[in-house]
Design a protein around this ligand. Structure first.
Ligand code: HEC
Length: 186
């Protein structure tokens, strides 16, 4: 038994030292201008989802949906998020595509998560990615407005869809149109 435990400890030490050695000798790539391999993408996404399930409180949105709240969210999104997640004018964000992992285009692929999930992602950010935590820059109210807007982006009230069209010169997404071949962003 003693020998077995010693064997386990030695193996672990060799693995840890091997990893540290490889890192110190520069074998672990740190450049960001490639797409993550599929296995890494899957593993990381599952880890983020699991962490979210464990940590995010299942809050309900304290604001009631209103045209004004959606329009506020569109302004907040344009000023803070479009640079990475793509504009409401349907232009892809080259900067967002240059992160490792790339920032998803939220206009062509709005999140299908519950609002509390999106609220928590925006408020606390995603560690080891380019997604910042917005709790110091945006108010809770503004984060709820964004979460609600992102969840309802493809089914906005007609007046908000009109506002989208007049402000950004393109129609609001409805989820029914053909997928446009945008530059690869997740
Ligand atoms: C500096 C770039 C950057 C900015 C600015 C940014 N994000 Fe992100 N965001 C990212 C990256 C990178 C990811 C991908 C994280 C991952 O793969 O888990 C991400 C992920 C997300 C996700 C999760 C998407 C999904 O379906 O998994 C949401 C929601 C989100 N961001 C919302 C926002 C909102 C709202 C704003 C503006 C307040 C914002 N982001 C601003 C880089 C950014």
């Amino acid at each position: 038994m003693g020998k077995f435990i010693l064997g386990v400890v030695v193996t672990l030490l060799v693995l840890i030292l091997g990893f540290l050695g490889a890192a110190m000798l520069g074998f672990i790539p740190t450049y960001a201008n490639v797409a993550p391999p599929r296995w890494e993408h899957r593993l990381a996404n599952s880890a983020v989802d699991a962490s979210m399930e464990r940590h995010a409180p299942h809050l309900s949105n304290p604001l009631s949906p209103s045209d004004q709240n959606y329009e506020d969210a569109m302004k907040i999104y344009t000023m803070n998020c479009a640079v990475c997640h793509g504009g409401l004018d349907r232009k892809a964000a080259d900067l967002g595509g240059s992160f490792y992992p790339p920032a998803p285009n939220l206009v062509s692929h709005p999140p299908d998560d519950p609002e509390w999930h999106t609220f928590y992602t925006i408020r606390t950010g995603v560690r080891y990615t380019g997604m910042p935590a917005w709790d110091k820059t945006l108010s809770e109210q503004d984060i709820w407005k964004l979460a609600s807007f992102l969840s309802h982006m493809e089914k906005l009230p007609p007046a908000v869809q009109d506002y989208w069209k007049t402000t950004f010169g393109v129609t609001a997404p409805t989820g029914e149109e053909e997928e446009k071949p945008l530059p690869k962003q997740n």
